[in-house]
Design a protein. Structure first.
Length: 251
C-alpha cells in the first residue's frame, strides 16, 4: 500500500504518494513549473531540458533538483521561483536559446529573467531543435522508427537515415505535433503533404470531406490485411448511431 505524504510547494500544502515526482504533484495542484521536454502523451519522457528545476528543503538541507524526475520520499518544502532558481534557470534558457536561437518559445519563456552575460555562448543559427527527443519517442511509439538522433556533439540532430526520404515514415505528423519548439517543418497543399523530404497523398472522408491523414498512416494503423477507412471517426460514429436508432425503432 502506498504511503501518503504532505509536502509544501510555494506555500501550498499538497498531498501525494511516496515516490511521486514533484512536477506531477505541482501540476495536479495547479502550480506551474516551466518545462519544454514534457508531453502528456509521453509521461515517462523526462529530464532533457532541465528547465523544471526547483529548490527542495528537507531535514534542514536545501538542494536544487530536476522536478520531473525527483521522487518525493518524505515531507519537504519545495520552492519553484526563488532568486537562486531564477538565476540557474536563466543559464539553462541561455544554453537552450543558443542551441536553438530560432525557437521563439524559449525567448517567451525566459522573459522576466536576467538573460545578460551570455554573449560568449556560440549560436547555432537557423536552429529550433533542443534535442528533447519527444519526436523520436512519438515515432517509436507508433512502431515506425523513421527518425532518430544522429551525429554527435554540436552536430547532433534528429533526422532520417542519411537525410534521405524514409520508407518507414507514414506522414502522420506525430513528430511535428509533439515538438515543443516547432522544429519539425512540413508543407501541405490541398492534396499532398511533404515531411522529412518525402511527399504523401492525403486521404479524405468520403462522407464529409474531412482530412483523415495519409494512406500510409491509415495502412499502418489497420495493418497490411486491413481495409483502408473511407470515412472519418465522426461520420463512422454518426452512421453507427443512425443504424442503432433504426434498429431500436423497429424492435
Amino acid at each position: 500500500m502506498s504511503e501518503t505524504l504532505t509536502i509544501t510547494i510555494d506555500g501550498i500544502e499538497c498531498t501525494c504518494e511516496k515516490g511521486e515526482y514533484i512536477y506531477d504533484v505541482a501540476k495536479r495542484n495547479g502550480i506551474r513549473i516551466p518545462v519544454l521536454c514534457r508531453s502528456d502523451a509521453f509521461p515517462d519522457h523526462r529530464a532533457c531540458c532541465r528547465i523544471c528545476i526547483v529548490e527542495v528543503e528537507q531535514r534542514g538541507r536545501t538542494k536544487i533538483v530536476t522536478s520531473c524526475v525527483y521522487p518525493i520520499d518524505g515531507p519537504c518544502e519545495v520552492r519553484t521561483n526563488t532568486d537562486r532558481i531564477r538565476e540557474e534557470r536563466a543559464v539553462i534558457y541561455a544554453l537552450l536559446g543558443h542551441r536553438a536561437p530560432d525557437a521563439d518559445l524559449i525567448d517567451k519563456m525566459s522573459r522576466g529573467l536576467d538573460m545578460s552575460g551570455f554573449e560568449r555562448l556560440v549560436r547555432i543559427d537557423g536552429e529550433k531543435c533542443i534535442l528533447c527527443g519527444l519526436c523520436v519517442q512519438a515515432c517509436d511509439s507508433l512502431g515506425t522508427g523513421a527518425i532518430s538522433t544522429v551525429m554527435r556533439g554540436t552536430d547532433k540532430k534528429v533526422d532520417t537515415p542519411f537525410d534521405m526520404p524514409s520508407d518507414f515514415c507514414v506522414g502522420c505528423l506525430s513528430c511535428a505535433n509533439v515538438c515543443p519548439t516547432g522544429a519539425i517543418e512540413y508543407t501541405q497543399t490541398d492534396t499532398t503533404r511533404t515531411i522529412w523530404n518525402r511527399e504523401f497523398d492525403l486521404l479524405f472522408c468520403e462522407e464529409c470531406g474531412a482530412l483523415m491523414g495519409t494512406p500510409e498512416a491509415a495502412r499502418h494503423a489497420v495493418g497490411e490485411d486491413g481495409e483502408l477507412p473511407t470515412v472519418c471517426d465522426t461520420c463512422r460514429k454518426k452512421k453507427l448511431a443512425d443504424e442503432m436508432m433504426h434498429t431500436y425503432r423497429y424492435v
